[in-house]
Write a protein that binds this ligand. Structure first.
Ligand code: ATP
Ligand code: ZN
Length: 304
């Protein structure tokens, strides 16, 4: 159970995930629903894959892009904000592009935003000219300022960015926001998003040249199956033939239905996979349009 690196041909896939933090549990849950199971090492830094030759390395999220670049890990679950920041850093320092986003994963959502003191009347990015902006994301901020043709001073901090204006270190900040509560507690307000972020599966730019290629493809197929139906439900109902058109118009997010005739009745039985939320309101609308016996069933897995 050693995580020792073998830079040559490998027949096991190694995935880096955050050891503890916002992305840890959802990453493990997604991998488990893709059929992976593990035996955890005593130091809790390495999980040996039991159901498939896919091992996990538990690390700090900031280390994940570098581990992929160095070939220590093959894939990683990391915030797009971290991945793009480190890609920007490599580009600025002339290092080759070694990792990229393979899939958006639909959890860990947040925005990288410019936040200004609550008293400011925000008129647009030009207002930042000549100001000091505190951030832990200098590369993304620099690229954004360039695209806006705005010159400002970037103050790089490693943490507690939101108190920089109160401490007089900066005029405004550029930081991650989800609910905005932390900003409000520091008398700041978000005025402009420079990145929409979420957790992503990161992988190398170059394809794998050994057994890892097939393992990665298998994992992606399974993860796609899970992600595609994450909010989906199987809807079953009956409806008279002449009501079907109206009922289906209320289901623009549904796959083409399976339709069966019912013995001795003019009604048809339908089943369809719906990708949007199936609320009570929607069911009541469907009933008013003629649907009967509506049933909403959870979908666990899908293999296209
Ligand atoms: P580590 O110890 O691994 O370095 P961390 O403190 O850097 O942990 P977390 O706070 O767990 O990391 O955040 C991990 C990721 O979660 C972020 O990089 C970002 O992609 C995402 N995220 C979602 N919402 C937020 C938020 N409100 N603030 C910060 N990050 C968020
Ligand atoms: Zn971190």
């Amino acid at each position: 159970m050693s995580p020792a690196v073998n830079p040559a041909v490998r027949d096991r896939l190694r995935i880096a995930i955050q050891k503890s933090g916002r992305l840890s549990e959802p990453a493990r849950a997604l991998l488990a629903s893709a059929g992976l199971s593990w035996r955890e090492s005593r130091d809790k830094l390495f999980c040996y894959g039991e159901s498939l030759p896919v091992d996990l390395l538990l690390v700090r999220d900031d280390d994940i892009p570098g581990l992929i670049a160095d070939g220590v890990c093959d894939l990683g679950f990391v915030g797009r904000n971290v991945l793009l920041e480190q890609a920007g850093e490599r580009a600025e320092t002339g290092k080759p592009e070694m990792f990229r986003e393979w899939r958006a994963l639909g959890f860990g959502g947040c925005r990288l935003s410019i936040a200004v003191p609550e008293g400011w009347q925000w008129q647009g990015p030009a207002q930042l000219a000549g100001r000091r902006i505190a951030t832990t994301y200098p590369n993304q901020l620099r690229a954004w300022l360039r695209a806006q043709h705005v010159q400002a001073d970037i103050v790089v901090l490693n943490g507690s960015v939101e108190i920089a204006p109160r401490l007089g270190q900066a005029d405004v900040i550029c930081d991650l926001v989800s609910s905005g509560a932390t900003l409000a507690a520091n008398q700041l307000k978000p005025v402009c998003d420079i990145l929409q972020s979420e957790a992503v599966l990161a992988g190398p730019v170059q394809p794998f040249g050994d057994a890892r290629a097939e393992l990665a493809a298998l994992l992606l197929r399974r993860m796609d199956g899970v992600l595609r139906i994450r909010d989906s439900k199987l809807l079953m109902f009956q409806a008279p033939r002449d009501a079907i058109d109206e009922v289906m118009q209320l289901l623009p997010d549904a796959e083409p239905p399976t339709v069966c005739a019912l013995d001795g009745s003019d009604a048809l039985a339908l089943q369809t996979l719906c990708h949007g939320a199936m609320t009570w309101q929607r069911l009541e609308d469907l009933k008013r349009a003629g649907a009967r016996g509506l049933m909403v069933l959870p979908v666990e897995r899908m293999l296209a």
